[in-house]
Design a protein around this ligand. Structure first.
Ligand code: CUA
Length: 300
């Protein structure tokens, strides 16, 4: 039994090793037999072909042994599949919301994050969905992967074996920034996790807005440090003049509060010059919108 960084990784690795070992044994047996036959029944050594009739014991052997082997592999596959598909009752649930092109992890107490944090040793169930197109959550080190489908809830589960940081990728082609739809899984001790889980965000000016941008995945496409990504940066945006295309006509407007709100609620109405018109309408409340605009104001 291989251990691995997660319980699932251990299972998958063990099954994989069993199947590969069986294949190696077969490969060697077939190759050796073939070489022996090539040598023994070479035309020089064996010019007149002999006549072979049926051989019942041999036929039974070559039917029964592969059958046992295949059932053996099926058994391991089935038992592990059953284990991997059925999270234990006491698993901690985390909702995973995917969208072009970011992840949000939502916990039971309402806490949201763009990175997945879980305690070591505790079974975690992820309930996945998508707000737009097909995505797929993949944690390579953990050997777990599941599709995120709009209008459908899918799930996967795992228990972390050790503290560490692991990659999370999107492995379903979902458009322009698919390859940047990356996050991290951070596993920590139960005490560290509970400290993070209970912590309230700092009450800095605009902090709430920044938290919202993070949890709603806006920072997948927009930065706060001045570098343009798929969308324009938020730095220095407030009250700056921007050239936009409104219903195909170019015009220059000032990025005031009203414009910023419109840009979130109806992104297609004024498309900033030099950027593609691909932002989805973001579901935000009036209060949330205010916090976001307040934060952008602090980046003046
Ligand atoms: Cu999301 Cu690829």
């Amino acid at each position: 039994m291989v251990l691995g960084p997660s319980n699932i990784a251990g299972k998958i690795e063990t099954s994989f090793l069993i199947v590969v070992s069986a294949c190696v044994v077969l490969l060697v047996a077939v190759t050796v037999t073939m070489l022996v036959f090539l040598y023994r029944y070479n035309r020089k050594r064996h010019p007149v072909p002999g006549e072979t009739r049926e051989n019942i014991p041999l036929e039974i052997i070559w039917t029964v042994i592969p059958t046992i082997l295949v059932i053996f592999m099926f058994y391991f596959g089935w038992v592990d599949f059953d284990y991997i598909r059925n999270p234990p009752k006491d698993a901690m649930n985390v909702d995973v919301i995917s969208r072009q092109w970011s992840w949000t992890f939502r916990y039971k107490n309402g806490k949201q994050s763009d990175t997945l944090r879980v305690p070591v040793g505790q079974p975690v169930k992820l309930t996945l969905t998508s707000e737009d197109v097909l995505h797929c959550l993949f944690i390579p080190a953990y050997r777990v992967k599941e599709d995120c489908v709009p209008g459908l809830k899918t799930h996967l589960w795992f228990t972390a074996n050790e503290a560490g940081t692991y990659n999370i990728f999107c492995t379903e082609y979902c458009g322009l920034e698919h390859s940047h739809m990356i996050s991290k899984l951070i596993t920590m001790s139960a005490a560290e996790f509970s400290a993070w889980y209970q912590s309230k965000p700092e009450a800095k000016a605009g902090q709430k807005g920044l938290d919202l941008l993070q949890s709603k995945g806006c920072l997948g496409c927009h930065t706060t440090d001045g570098t343009p990504k798929v969308g324009p940066t938020f730095k220095g945006l407030y009250e700056r003049k921007v050239t936009v295309s409104t219903q195909g006509k170019e015009r220059t407007i000032v990025a005031d509060e009203e414009y910023l709100k419109r840009a979130v609620l109806d992104p297609g109405s004024d498309v900033v010059k030099g950027f593609p018109n691909i932002m989805p309408k973001m579901p935000v409340s009036e209060d949330e919108l205010k916090e976001i605009v307040n934060y952008i104001e602090t980046l003046k």
